[in-house]
Design a protein around this ligand. Structure first.
Ligand SMILES: CC(C)(COP(=O)(O)OP(=O)(O)OC[C@H]1O[C@@H](n2cnc3c(N)ncnc32)[C@H](O)[C@@H]1OP(=O)(O)O)[C@@H](O)C(=O)NCCC(=O)NCCS
Ligand SMILES: [Zn+2]
Length: 199
């Protein structure tokens, strides 16, 4: 039985889930998250608040997605993939979870993949399981990610190779790892100060 507040929250949430979407048992979806046409979210998947789950997206069972993520149309996120906060996964990106796939019966194990906060993955890219994409890395469209990508790296190609360091905003290329452009620095500083003041 839901409390009135829980019921209100449920109603609020329901408005954002398109009626053609399939949301299985045990799924947790944060407030403000929108789930669009024909998306399929499998059992016990967890999606944070203020995300957009695009049309035809498939989210496998037990997948965890953080807050503020955009999972664009046609993306498949398979079990074993963890996506942290504020990640953009471009249209038709595919993740994998079986490193040595076979159709016939065999014992296979899920190979985990981690996409850290703030990462952007360009349209149509393929992420081979077992990789770790560091915070605010940017992957160019149509890439095949076969190895770990460091934080703040711009990488693209098949296989995706390091091209340069890139700022958190994704606009400015940097020559030193982790440095932000002046605009972002200012914003970061303001955010930090306002967080400190709120304690
Ligand atoms: C990677 C990216 C950010 C680079 O943008 P940029 O810094 O403006 O780079 P440029 O367009 O100036 O291209 C620089 C060079 O890299 C090449 N290049 C750019 N993107 C590439 C990619 N994804 N794969 C392979 N090569 C690429 C260009 O052909 C160019 O090559 P050249 O120097 O031989 O002429 C951009 O091309 C990209 O892929 N963005 C992702 C878009 C996307 O999928 N968004 C998803 C949401 S809609
Ligand atoms: Zn910047």
């Amino acid at each position: 039985m839901l409390t009135t507040d829980e019921y209100k929250k449920w109603l609020e949430l329901k408005k954002h889930i398109h009626h053609t979407a399939i949301v299985e048992e045990g799924v947790k979806i944060g407030e403000g998250t929108k789930v669009w046409h024909y998306a399929h979210i499998r059992e016990n998947a967890e999606i944070g608040r203020d995300c957009v789950i695009g049309k035809d997206v498939y989210i496998d069972h037990h997948v965890k997605i953080g807050n503020g993520c955009k999972i664009e149309n046609g993306v498949s996120v398979f079990t074993g993939v963890t996506i942290e906060d504020n990640v953009l996964v471009g249209p038709n990106v595919t993740f994998t979870n079986d490193k040595y796939p076979r159709a016939f019966p065999h014992t296979w194990k899920v190979t985990p993949t981690f996409i850290h906060k703030g990462v952007g993955i360009g349209a149509g890219s393929m992420v081979i399981c077992g990789v770790d994409i560091g915070i605010y890395a940017l992957i160019g469209a149509g890439s095949v990610v076969t190895m770990d990508i460091p934080s703040y790296a711009l990488a693209y190609g098949n296989p995706a190779k390091f091209i340069s360091w890139i700022c958190k905003c994704g606009q400015v290329r940097m020559d030193t790892q982790g440095k932000l452009c002046p605009d972002c620095c200012k914003k970061e500083l303001q955010e930090m100060l306002s967080e400190e003041n709120s304690y």
